[in-house]
Structure formats: structure tokens, C-alpha cells
Design a protein around this ligand. Sequence first.
Ligand SMILES: Cc1cc2nc3c(=O)[nH]c(=O)nc-3n(C[C@H](O)[C@H](O)[C@H](O)COP(=O)(O)OP(=O)(O)OC[C@H]3O[C@@H](n4cnc5c(N)ncnc54)[C@H](O)[C@@H]3O)c2cc1C
Length: 492
Amino acid sequence: MPGAALLIAPSIPTAPVTPAILDRLRAIVGDKGLILDEQDKRPFVTDWRGELTGQAAAVVRPANTAEVSAVVKLCYDNGIAIVPQGGNTGLMGGATPWPAHRGIVLSLGRMNHVLNVDPVGYAMTVEAGCILQTLQDTAARHDRFFPLSLGAQGSCMIGGNLSTNAGGVQVLRYGNARNLVLGLEVVLANGDVWDGLRALKKDNTGYDLKHLFMGAEGTLGIITKAVLKLWPAPKDLCTAWLAIRDPRAAIELLSEAHAASDDNVGSCELMSRACTDMVLRHIPGTQDPLKAETEWYLLLEWSSARPRQDGGTGMPDRMEQFLADQLEAGRVLDAVIAQTEAQSRNMWRIRESVADASRAEGPGLSYDVSVAISRIPEFIDRGLKAVLDILPTIRPYPLGHIGDGNVHFSFMGPKGMDRDMLNQYSAAITRVVNDLITSMAGSISAEHGIGIEKLDELQHYRSRTELDIMRTIKRALDPKNIMNPGKMLRLG
Ligand SMILES: Cc1cc2nc3c(=O)[nH]c(=O)nc-3n(C[C@H](O)[C@H](O)[C@H](O)COP(=O)(O)OP(=O)(O)OC[C@H]3O[C@@H](n4cnc5c(N)ncnc54)[C@H](O)[C@@H]3O)c2cc1C
């Protein structure tokens, strides 16, 4: 992410919240649903990294869809900007009312009820403010599995996950957030409620409207409820930490792992040594699973819904055989299979704490890009060379959801360099990275979205036809441009 100082503030041509409108908001959501105190508003107007702090006239916290609808209608009638917000863990500034905002933040946090679990039909109906981890736990209590899983799962909310079409560590098997949804309820920019809360696997009745709102980052409407898909709960799980030769070995390993695991690969995460070291430095309680003479590691997890049979071959046996074969092939240099849940948790904690560790380490740059899986090694080689040519002392710590072709191409600033100084290199580095990924038919944003941070990059890299289609949709659904204005898409 480039530094805030580099961002060009989008113009947000919306009306202020007057005292009379505040009274009407209070009448809709009550005192409990309205935050006006500057100190209390602060967590809602500051982004997760603490790099952007904006302003909003009020933080409004409706308790149900009817209240969301009434608040949005009031804003629509008066031309007031709305920034929808879930857990505020997004990394692109999309949920932040930045810079100064005369509108409101609409927080979904009070809409946190699981409305129905249908284990037989493998579906669950939930409100948008449910914390992701709560949904995973709820599914588990019904012997089912909700596969969306990411480092922020203890605080991000399903409405935010769907609005960013979040990825995470199980995409390779289950798909992105949008693939986990059967139906949605959405409050549109004029306050109307679209009831698409259907649990249908098949429905070919014209445009599939739910996909418009997923990944839209709150620019088209407010997701208030969702019907989510469930899967059988995993019963036989094996997690391993592998020291590997290089990124090419990683993709070859993954390619072989599908058959070796009987098509049970759940996750395959590439970590650089620098990345692992950074986590070990900053996150108390994490332990290095394996010290080896290599720059690259792989966190590999296989899981099956079939319980391990006494005397039969389970996931750990298969993994052991696989690792022995791969050691012999020279792709794996060393490996450890988690023998206890605590060991597996430690491996996952290292992977999922990267964002926290990088926040603690200091200013950095991170590019969330994707490319065809087989081209990842080439991208990493060429990208590192291009960035180091610009700033030789920058400290790379690449990692990625390698099974999705998604590399978090990340760098810490050189030791001792502050944010302002790093920003002087940021534009040039951003350009070489994004030019390279585009020349390789990749994407400049694999999973974190656009928000404010990549507004200009989207404009630069999407074709005129694509931008025209997006603007046409935005203008049709949000003619007054009140839904998260200045995010994702420049209208002019
Ligand atoms: C430690 C950490 C790890 C992460 N790991 C991953 C990862 O592996 N994969 C990944 O994809 N992302 C990851 N992220 C970023 C990810 O996008 C978010 O964590 C999550 O999906 C956002 O959910 P949220 O509830 O916090 O949304 P917010 O940050 O509150 O909002 C994100 C965007 O969605 C909009 N929005 C929020 N709720 C609604 C709603 N109900 N209706 C309409 N619009 C809404 C907001 O306006 C904003 O534009 C990570 C973030 C952190 C901090």
C-alpha cells in the first residue's frame, strides 16, 4: 500500500449532516445506534493500519434491515454520503471516511445474528455484521464447515468479506467469498430493499444480481443479510511446514499434491524466510517450526471429511509418503508434520500474523497481485529485480496464496527509512510492479480490492470499455453518488 501522503483525495460532492438530520437519524436508530463523540468515532474513522484518519459527522449503527433502509433513504433524500463499514479490517482504505467527510459511517456491527442454520441443506442465513469466526464456529457446532478463513477472522464481518470478495487461505479448494454465497439481501442507494435471500443452487432467471454487490466495496448498496453455503466438517486433517528449494518447487509440489492427497489439498501458502522471521520477531508465542538453509517455505494442509479409519491410511500417512517422495525429488529440503493441534495452530499463527507483524515492523509497501500459477516464479524473479534496481536496500518479504496465483509482493522499507522518505520511491516501485504483472496477464488486486489506495491504479489498468461499464452500473444504481463515494471507481 502506498503511503497516505501519496493519495489524491477524491472529491465527495455530498451534503452535510445538519442538526435536523441528526435528530431524524436518532429517531430511526435511537441513542444506542448513534455515535457523535469525536473520541468514540475515532476507531471507525481510522483504517486498520492506522495510516488514514478521516472524519464523519456521525457513526450510525442500525439494528436491523428496516433501520438500514430508513437511514439510507434519509441520506438519499438529502444527498448525504454513506461509508458502509463492517469490521474495518480492509487494507485498502475502503471503509474509511477519508479525508474529511461530511457524511456518515454506517456500521453493521449490531446486525450480528445467525438467523438460520440448515445442516441438511448445507446453508446458513446470517446478518451482515456477524464476525467471520463466529460463523465458522456456528457451522462447526452443526458438524458443518464454512471455509472462508483469513488472518482478520476474529474481527472482520461477513458483510465486509462479501463486499471485498475476500480470499484467504482456502480459496484453492472452495473459491473466493462470492463462491460461498447462495443469496443476499441488499439495501439499495435509495433505501429500497432487494430481497435476494434465496437458498438456490440453480436460478437462471436473468442477471445474477447478487454478484453485482459482492466485490463492490459498498459502492452500490449495503449488504444486510446473506445465505451462505456450508460443507461437511473436516475430520481428518494434516498440516505440514516444508522448507523448499524455491518458488518453482512450490508450484510443482502443489501440482503433485492434488493427486497424492486424493484431491484433498485445503491450503498451500508460500512464505519467505524474511516473512517468517518478521512474524517471529513481533508476534509473541510463535515458534519457528523448522530452521533450514532456504529462503522459502510452504505451509501445506490436507483435509478430508472422512474420519480416519483404524488401520487405514489417513491424511498424515499420505502426507508422510508424499514428503518422502518430494525430498527425493529435491523439491523439499526438510519438513515437519504437525503432531498436535498446538503445533498446527503455531504454523497457522505464523502465516496469519503477517499483517500484524508488518504493521509492527514499520513502513512498507505491499502489492496484492495475481498471475497464472505457473508464472509465479517468473513474476517473483523479475519483480524482485525490478524493485531492487530502484531501491537496493528495500527488504522484500514475499508470501502468497500460491494455489490461487496470488502473491503478496511485500517489502519493508530500508532500516531507518521513514514513511515520507519511502514514499519518494513508492510511485516508481508501484509502476514497475503493476506494469510487470499487467504485462504477464495478471491482476493488480487479487483479493484486497481497490478502496482508496488503488483508485488511480484501477483507472490506469482497466480498459476504457471496462471502466465505462462499471460507471454505467454505478450511475444506474447510485445516481446521487452517495454510496461510498470516492472509493473504487473515479466517476469523472
Ligand atoms: C490481519 C489481516 C489479514 C487479512 N487477510 C486477508 C486475506 O487473507 N484475504 C483477503 O481477501 N483479505 C484479507 N484481509 C483484508 C480483508 O479484506 C478484510 O479482512 C475483510 O474481508 C474485510 O471485512 P471487514 O468486515 O473488516 O470490512 P471493512 O474493512 O469494514 O470494509 C471493507 C469494504 O467493504 C465495505 N463494506 C463493509 N461492510 C459492508 C456491507 N455490509 N455492505 C456493503 N459494503 C460493505 C466497506 O465500505 C469497505 O469498502 C486481511 C486483513 C487483515 C487486517
